[in-house]
Design a protein around this ligand. Structure first.
Ligand code: NDP
Ligand code: MG
Length: 383
């Protein structure tokens, strides 16, 4: 029987790649549900191509408009309750979380409680609520298979047999479009330049995060929770060639790396076929064409977001959620032209300084409250 998939965030960069993977493996997987925030044009096109049973969009007004343009018989839901309904369906085996931002925390928790297999691209949910999400997944014995390329690389290298001997992990970073540009010139570059990542084609939020290197900071937090490892055992290495997607070092000094062309279809596919592997449509790496593989330490003065993320993780409680929300809002303000690029880390640092109350073991309510405060505070500072 084909595995039945709910793809949340199907109109985004990961979503579209996931649909490419699924259509190339249509004898093994079928789409039951798709969702978008507001892009009903793209969603209705996907619905015509993939024949889902149900769709979900942000609100009732958009749901009404969508209903008018999709084939009859497809159920139309909206909001977080719509996503929760999708992940509770008995005819869904795998949920791919390809939504951006932390709004999918509640559907993610619901999917775990319904014992769905989870392919997790969304990193913000683990950044803000990893301390709640991962223990719940362990309690329900639900596999959370990372889609984020670095974490997929580590997941592929690690396996349960090497876990007891793990000494350290190395998350690689391309360094983004500003890697070799002096900090004093950052604000001279256009948004178009910042959004054009040298190696990966991604959504706008994560592309800006790559330019500030907040993406790698968020990924350190993501790795901490996914692999239940201490922060000081997660190193970041700048590796502009983007061939080595991450590495693990064992206690005897042996290092395992996952190497492939930078194409998200590989980790997306592995997350839905794990532990099996299937052929992909992705080109194979030609080692004779790689002239150099280089690694260096990141420059924390130039990219303070990485430092801010580590500090938030050490302070724990609601600090990572505040970091996450402040970053989301600051990036949004930058994309709308309200602040310069170099203001992004400065604003996030101020919001973290202003955040005072942080329970040691915050509830989902505490996390959402902290995120909402951080968004307001960021907006105030961006005005
Ligand atoms: P995009 O911005 O391209 O797509 C986001 C998707 O989520 C779209 O379908 C969007 O709908 C939907 N969406 C956005 N906000 C909401 C919301 N509040 N509620 C419901 N749906 C929403 O993002 P990416 O595909 O680049 O990234 C998705 C996630 O995967 C992020 O967490 C990112 O960090 C992570 N990731 C992405 C990688 C990449 O290569 N792109 C690599 C590794 C991780 P609409 O189209 O209507 O706006
Ligand atoms: Mg990544």
């Amino acid at each position: 029987m084909r595995k039945r998939i709910a793809l949340l965030g199907s109109t985004g960069s990961i979503g579209v790649n996931a649909l490419k993977v699924i259509s190339s493996l249509s004898d093994k997987f079928e789409i039951i549900a798709l969702s978008a925030d507001s892009n009903i044009k793209a969603l209705s096109g996907q619905a015509r191509n993939f024949g889902p049973k149900v769709l979900c969009v942000r609100d009732a007004a958009l749901a009404g408009k969508l209903k008018a343009i999709v084939p009859s018989g497809i159920g139309i839901l909206n909001g977080s309750s719509g996503l929760e309904e999708i992940v509770s369906r008995r005819d869904v085996d795998i949920v791919i979380f390809a939504i951006s931002g932390s709004s999918c925390i509640t559907p993610l928790l619901r999917a775990i409680k319904n014992r769905k297999r989870i392919a997790l691209a969304n990193k913000e949910s683990l950044v803000s609520a990893g301390a709640i999400v991962m223990p719940l997944a362990r309690k329900y014995n639900v596999p959370i298979i990372p889609v984020d390329s670095e974490h997929s690389a580590i997941f592929q290298c690690l396996g349960s047999e090497k876990r007891p001997f793990l000494n350290k992990m190395y998350l690689t970073a391309t360094g983004g479009p500003l890697l070799d540009i002096p900090k004093s010139r950052f604000d001279k570059y256009s948004r178009k330049f910042i959004l054009k990542h040298p190696k990966w084609k991604m959504g706008s939020k994560i592309s800006v995060d790559s330019a500030t290197m907040m993406n790698k900071g968020l990924e350190v937090i993501e790795a901490r929770w996914l692999f239940d490892i201490e922060e000081d055992k997660i190193d970041v290495l700048v590796h502009p060639e983007a061939a080595v997607h991450s590495m693990i070092e064992l206690i005897d000094g042996t290092v395992f790396a996952q190497i492939s062309l930078p194409d998200m279809r590989i980790p997306i596919q592995y997350a839905i076929t794990y532990p099996a592997r299937l052929c992909t449509e992705v080109e194979f790496l030609d080692f004779s064409k790689i002239k150099n593989l280089s690694f260096r330490k990141p420059d924390l003065n130039k990219f303070p977001c990485l430092r801010l993320a580590r500090e938030s993780l050490k302070r724990s409680g609601t600090y990572p959620a505040v970091l996450n929300a402040a970053d989301g809002e600051a990036v949004n303000s930058y994309l709308k032209g309200k602040i310069n690029f170099s203001r992004i880390p400065a604003v996030i640092e101020k919001v973290l300084e202003h955040h005072k109350r942080s329970p040691n073991e915050p509830s989902i309510g505490d996390i959402m409250g902290a995120e909402s405060w951080a968004r307001e505070e960021t907006l105030r500072l961006c005005r």
